[in-house]
Design a protein around this ligand. Sequence first.
Ligand code: NAI
Ligand code: MG
Length: 356
Amino acid sequence: MNAKIVVLPGDGIGPEVTEQAVRVLQVVARKEGHSFAFSERLMGGCSIDAHGVALTDEVLADCKASSAVLLGAVGGPKWDDPTAKVRPEQGLLGLRKGLGVFANLRPVRVHPALVDSSPIKADRLAGVDILVIRELTGGLYFGQPKGRDTRNGAERAFDTLEYSDFEVRRVVELAFRLAKGRKKKVTSVDKANVLESSRLWRQIATAIGKANPDVALDHMLVDTASMRLVTSPATMDVVVTENMFGDILTDEASVLAGSMGMLPSASIGATGPGLYEPIHGSAPDIAGKGIANPVGTILSAAMLLRHSLGLEAEAASVERAVDQAITDGCRTGDLGGKLGTKAMADEIVKRLEAGR
Ligand code: NAI
Ligand code: MG
């Protein structure tokens, strides 16, 4: 298979971790006879420095014309002035919108050897394998009107939580499709006791559930879901929810895995390239030291193989190599170990080379 992959290393530890993920993809290509063409571009703070904007039209066009986009992280103290008109995150939002990636997938698995890295009790973590799907391009973050005014002498601020039926349908249908390759269970999270948008969400999820009787559907209020995520996470399989609930629940779920450095994500749309990135930020506190954990980005590359290139066996082989390295005790600093970024990736590559 031929694929064109745009790499956006970004800022801070972004370049350090993406370099290792690209190495892993190169090993996969060589082993399995694929041809991946990588092109590296600027996005985020580094693009602001070079071009005055976080994402140029040219880079967006390159991304749109690619098979998939692999991203490190953006931002850092240098660009943190809250009054600045150009900010690194504008690149991320522009990319998501430009690529039309409406679903953000965050798998959370807890490696048995890492249960002690999590603040959650080990017995609660056994068997945790959750896929949280957050709706990414609608809801409260995009609804109109939003703004400020003064009414009866009081300063007022308002946001709108808005969903159209097709926006709910496409993300819930994706959840059902992905659940069929897993434990066939979907938990749809809403606040249907209070919010009209959630009642529409639940109505559509219920209809999709009826059309897919092989998948078990349950509805859960977001407050209950936030509690269940830490009290009984092993009972959850696919969780699908609207943008802001998903923003909060995905961060909560990431705590289960012990370190931010471990977790990948994928943002995908109906067609076109997906966007793959670790869930962590640019970690300015450790940038340039060569000690960042590359696993989140390497597992994001595995998701790229699976979701954008349809290479399931290759994706699984990368995930197996990571699992084996962890099982064998390979650890970066965030997991209490001594391996640097490259040394950790070396261990993973070694196991990938030796694997099927
Ligand atoms: P962060 O995720 O960058 O770091 C939080 C803590 O986790 C730090 O102590 C960091 O050293 C550690 N950490 C993160 N990734 C790690 C890894 N791979 N290996 C080992 N340790 C790791 O979040 P923070 O500090 O809140 O934000 C730093 C910058 O990153 C800010 O400018 C923020 O805006 C940006 N950011 C960017 C994101 C993105 O590009 N998607 C997401 C989140 C934050
Ligand atoms: Mg967040």
